[in-house]
Write a protein that binds this ligand. Sequence first.
Ligand code: HC1
Ligand code: SF4
Length: 573
Amino acid sequence: MINVTIDGKNYKIPENYTVLKACREAGVYVPTLCYLEGINQVGSCRLCLVEVERQKNLKASCVLPVAEGMVIKTNTKRVREARKVNLELLLSNHNRECTSCERSGNCELQRLSDEIGIRNIEFIGEKTVKPVDTSSPSIVRDPSKCILCGRCISVCSKVQGVSAIGFRNRGFKTTVGPIFDKGLGEVDCINCGQCIINCPVGALKEKESIDYVWDAIEDPSKYVIVQTAPAVRAALGEEFGLPIGTRVTGKMAAALRRMGFDKVFDTDFGADLTIMEEGFELLDRIQNGGKLPMVTSCSPGWIKYCEHFHPDMLENLSTCKSPHEMLGAVMKTYFAQKHGLDPKDIFVVSVMPCTAKKFEAKREELRESGFPDVDAVITTRELAKMIKQASIDFNKLPDEDFDEVFGESTGASVIFGVTGGVMEAALRTVSEVVTNKPLEKIKFNEVRGLEGIKEAEITLGDKNIKIAVANSTGCANKLLEKVKSGEKEYHFIEIMGCPGGCINGGGQPFVSDKTKTEEDVLGKRANALYEEDESKTIRKSHENPMIKMIYDEFFEKPNSHKAHEILHTHYVK
Ligand code: HC1
Ligand code: SF4
């Protein structure tokens, strides 16, 4: 520990800290715009400037290491004026259509402009003119709003291991984008949307499907079914001012009903069905010499990453479609037959925390009924916008249930939304199928927690199986390199494309860097899902009575020929 003085008070600080980190730990607020702890520490926005005694120039605190005896001042006239000038310069080349901007109300630039006291921009000069990139199925990039902070670039390369975007050109012509001015849809972008949720401004957003969904609801010839992913319920409330981690499952179902959907179903049912199919697929591969390790296939960002960066592992992927695609396929086959509906008239909307699901829904592999399994995907943020457009007072809604029978789900399925959840849900079922005895403990703590890679050895009857969980494609890459080199051996691996799993998907509500430093956002969202699991009377997928019913009435048994036709697929890039 070393001694530093911040704004006249003495503190003992670990010697490997930056000045910014020291200030944060001391409870002294220093504004930042480009900073993301451990990911983007580049000192480019110059808003975190501080004065350091005996040093002539102001210093960017995010890249300045602390030193013994350092005297730091964060709030002098010189510091305030420098921050203001730097912010004005940023704003002078920024598209300031604030009232109609996607991020109005939660833009970090807008908030700082207010805090720092910008009331008019004195530097009026030339503006760079850059076209909007709409080439991606999931993401829209508007370079006129980009402030060149580099957060998206760092997240894409350092966290996701993709490097689809970078700084291009020099000086006034500098932009952020894919190589050779290509569109995001023309490069190896995996559509994960981590760049969106880490963008402080409105330069990146999802490709919206709001009007498409409203039109379907208005169309009398369409039977419109909505389903909601596990992680949406853990974060939607944030859009309505509720504390992070508030679970809003019942209010969400009530809002969807009032919006005019014909049926309000739960993707959690699809997750229970996935566990049945994936669990039996794993047992079959282990018992009959199939390709191992088997790797989960529910995360479309991960699937695309596998196609681009580990194509030699495509056979390791489970053949299961993801839960919302399974439920969509069930709607256009079993549900259509049972209710005398023509599949062409059924319109399935998935509400997802994920931008890659928009891409997934368009895949040619996922339309065995002759129609897309899922017709439209909207993110958690888009659902919030639709609820607001419909003038629904969300916080005053009563808690309502999902519709029968595809609203019936178990505790196992809801934890799919947090890293380790798919693995835990699978283990709950596979253990009981193998041993034919009820589990002594239902929680698998070995796979819980937000570390990037988790490993464990689990006893299944007379066999030990080795498992691993990776969250973020960057961590997946590290894990798979070890598998390929022979350093590690596993039977079953869960990979989710986003850090923390779907609770931190690219379609989830924005959380500012400031809030992230003050609250354990992912821990709170994860707890919301674990609480929902604990609140359920049935917590194992194979015990869901409606799952039993659909096998009795339609699929016969897990991995049957019919189940393979409707619920499984192959990715062969
Ligand atoms: Fe997910 Fe999944 S858990 S992929 O993270 O397997 O998006 O929540 O819906 O399909 O169930 C996302 C979440 C989601 C699927 C499920
Ligand atoms: Fe990179 Fe993901 Fe953004 Fe694509 S969506 S640019 S892969 S962070």
